[in-house]
Structure formats: structure tokens, C-alpha cells
Design a protein around this ligand. Structure first.
Ligand code: SF4
Length: 384
């Protein structure tokens, strides 16, 4: 199995119930941002700029739970900001698991070892660690030496304690895909359970635009990425990968992955902000969805990100004969790649000076500085 059986069962039942009830728009993944503060200042992160005035605000656990219940999505991606500097992350996770949510905790990995004792292994809970390359590349992307090494130590600790761990990687114009294959080999050796990847997108809040790709460049990059990486346990829908390779059309269904943060329900999507709504109902009803997506809004021109398009094969139109079988087969079969080497640190491209024991700033201290999100939090593992 590519995913835990409970996730497959719950997601399937949820989609069937909503389709049979004739629900027009319903969410699959809640992108929950309890805070926007972060201990890093990654290149390509939009949150540091967009939410600078409210960077120190946080949602309460009760607000987070209220949002999860209000929208009803079976999967919650806890992101931000860095969720492992959220003071009550352990309680929030436990309460969401009690409510039968499947959780991806999207982290830069710097505080996994510090806070691991606040979590219990659960087949509905993944640490989802952001890694954009091997040591030198990743540390350059996050603008700090030692981050790769500490994230790897966090992964090792989490695996040793029995947790599920996935990684997520943003593919930029300059990304060396051979290096990503090397990263996946290395992580497979550490016991990492699956891999997410998504194209970067030059949304307006990010000032460094030369690292982002046009639609045609994304398609070319992902044709190569699929050829190199499909043997690994990719946790990316095959229908979304077809879209990324330019083999099928999909319309944006950003309402399928709504974002909730200290300012409210962010519309229209995780990337662009035209409004914040006080309730999910208001977000759904007042957002002019017909104005967004490729060909409708110039800002959407080169966007192919998972939050807009990964749910689309299920929630939008354009189904093809054989889609259901393709998805079922994909869910039931893991990637074939076996570990090539032992789970030791193997920074093949050198660089970095990390000591492998985390930053001096503890969780609370980290909350005062830094930036917000990454563009690669693909957490929509099953779609049928
Ligand atoms: S295409 Fe959809 S997900 Fe992408 S920027 Fe536009 S509204 Fe957001």
C-alpha cells in the first residue's frame, strides 16, 4: 500500500458521501496555518512578506479545531510558518486525531528532536519534512547552514520512534533532478515512507521571480522528473502528474484545499490573497470562483500547483475512462525503489557546517522571528 489503509477508507467514504448528496463544492485538505512565524527565512517563501504585520499572531487550539470541524476536510495539513514552534502543537495534533483527521505536519525539521516527546506514532500522522535537495543545495535554499543535517537527525529520531515520515520538495527552474533522485535514495535509506513534490509558483508576494518556471517549463521539467522519480514512493496523484507533464487539462479547484490562518479563510487560495473570510461558508459562497484559474486571471497564468490542481481530477471536470482504475492501482502499489545505502548522513554535494543538534533557539524563542510558508505542501494523497 502506498498510504495507510485508514486514509484510503476515510477519504473514499467522504468523497462518495458528498457526491451522492450532490454537494457542489467540498474540501479534501484543510491547509491549517496556526501561525506564520518561522525560525528560517527560506528563499521563495511568500509568507514572510505577506503576513509581516501579523507574523506574531497565532490561532488558539480551539480556533484550529473549529476550522477543521467547520470545513469537514478529512485531511489536515498543519503548516505555517513552522508548526513545531507552535506552543500547543502536541495537543492540537492529538485533538485532530481524536476527530479522525489524517494529519501531515509540514516542518523544516529543525525542532523534530526537541518536540518529538509531545507526539505519539499513529497511522494517521506524518511528519512531512521539507527538503529541496542534498545538504549544500538545501541549506542554500533555506539560507542557513546546518538545516539539512538537523532535519535528517529529526527524521532518524522520528523513524526510530515509530513515526511515519514523508518529505516534500519544491521543484524550481534550477532544480537538478538527478540530485532529487539522489535525495530520494538517501531518504529511502532512512526509512522515509513517501515523497511529495510540486512545482514552485511565482505568486506576487515573492520578490525573487527568476527561480520560477512558466507553464511550458514546468511541463518539460516534470516529464523529466517523472522519468527519474516514478520508481520512488511518490505521494502525488498520477492524474496530477499527467497534468504537470502537459498530458491532460484540469481547471483550478482551489476550494478543494482551503487555507485557514490567524486572519481567517484565505481566498481564493493558498498562494493568492484577495480576501480573508470569517467563516468557511462565507469563503465558499463569496469567492467569485469563476474568475480564477488558468485563462481567467493573469496571476494564474503559470500556476500548476497542487493546491489548485491536485484535487481537480476528482472535484472538477474532465474525467477520463480508466481514471478510477489508475488511481486504485497507484494507491495499492508502492514505489519499487529499495534502499541503496545505510541510513547514515551522506551529504554528497558537500558544504554546510551543521552540528546536527538543532538551533539554540527553542520553540518559544523561534516564534519571534522569520518567515512563513513553502510552496510545496502537496498533501492530497488519494483521489478517486
Ligand atoms: S490557478 Fe488556482 S491555485 Fe493557482 S493561483 Fe490561481 S486561484 Fe490560486
Amino acid at each position: 500500500m502506498r498510504f495507510p489503509m485508514t486514509l484510503t477508507r476515510r477519504m473514499t467514504g467522504y468523497i462518495m458521501r458528498n457526491k451522492m448528496a450532490g454537494t457542489g463544492k467540498f474540501p479534501l485538505v484543510l491547509m491549517l496555518e496556526p501561525l506564520h512565524a518561522c525560525n528560517l527565512t527560506c528563499t521563495g517563501c511568500g509568507r514572510i512578506r505577506e503576513y509581516k504585520p501579523t507574523i506574531n499572531e497565532m490561532l488558539t487550539v480551539e480556533q484550529c479545531l473549529g476550522a477543521a470541524e467547520e470545513c469537514g476536510a478529512p485531511v489536515v495539513s498543519i503548516c505555517g510558518g513552522e508548526p513545531l514552534i507552535y506552543p500547543e502543537i502536541g495537543r492540537l495534533t492529538e485533538e485532530l486525531l481524536d476527530r479522525k483527521k489524517h494529519i501531515y505536519l509540514c516542518t523544516n525539521g529543525m525542532f523534530i528532536r526537541k518536540r518529538l516527546h509531545e507526539f505519539k506514532p499513529n497511522e494517521s500522522f506524518f511528519f512531512n519534512v521539507h527538503l529541496d535537495g542534498m545538504e549544500k543545495t538545501h541549506d542554500m535554499c533555506v539560507e542557513r547552514d546546518g538545516v539539512f543535517r538537523e532535519a535528517v537527525e529529526g527524521i532518524k529520531a522520528a523513524k526510530a520512534a515509530g513515526f511515519l515520515v514523508s518529505s516534500n520538495t519544491t521543484i524550481y527552474k534550477e532544480t537538478d533532478l538527478e540530485e532529487i533522485a539522489e535525495l530520494y535514495d538517501f531518504l529511502t535509506g532512512l526509512g522515509v515512507d513517501g515523497f511529495m513534490l510540486s512545482p514552485a509558483y511565482s505568486y506576487s508576494a515573492v520578490q525573487t521571480t527568476d527561480m520560477f518556471m512558466s507553464r511550458e517549463e514546468i511541463q518539460e521539467k516534470f516529464r523529466l522528473a517523472c522519468a527519474l522519480l516514478e520508481k520512488y514512493n511518490l505521494m502525488v496523484s498520477p492524474l496530477y502528474l499527467e497534468y504537470l507533464r502537459g498530458e491532460r487539462d484540469l481547471m483550478c479547484t482551489a476550494w478543494g484545499n482551503p487555507t485557514y490562518n490567524p486572519r481567517g479563510w484565505k481566498g481564493p487560495c493558498y498562494l493568492m490573497t484577495d480576501s480573508h473570510s470569517a467563516s468557511y461558508k462565507e469563503f465558499l459562497e463569496k469567492t467569485p470562483w469563476e474568475n480564477y484559474g488558468y485563462g481567467r486571471d493573469p496571476r494564474c497564468q503559470d500556476c500548476m500547483v497542487h493546491v489548485g490542481y491536485e484535487p481537480s481530477a476528482v472535484l472538477g471536470g474532465n474525467p477520463r475512462l480508466g481514471d478510477s482504475w489508475k488511481l486504485l492501482k497507484w494507491q495499492m502499489v508502492r514505489g519499487t525503489r529499495k534502499p541503496l545505502r545505510s541510513a547514515s548522513l551522506h551529504p554528497s554535494n558537500g558544504g554546510g557546517n551543521g552540528k546536527g543538534n538543532g538551533h539554540g533557539a527553542g520553540p518559544a524563542a523561534g516564534a519571534t522571528g522569520g518567515t512563513g510558508e513553502k510552496a510545496d505542501r502537496s498533501v492530497l494523497p488519494i483521489l478517486q
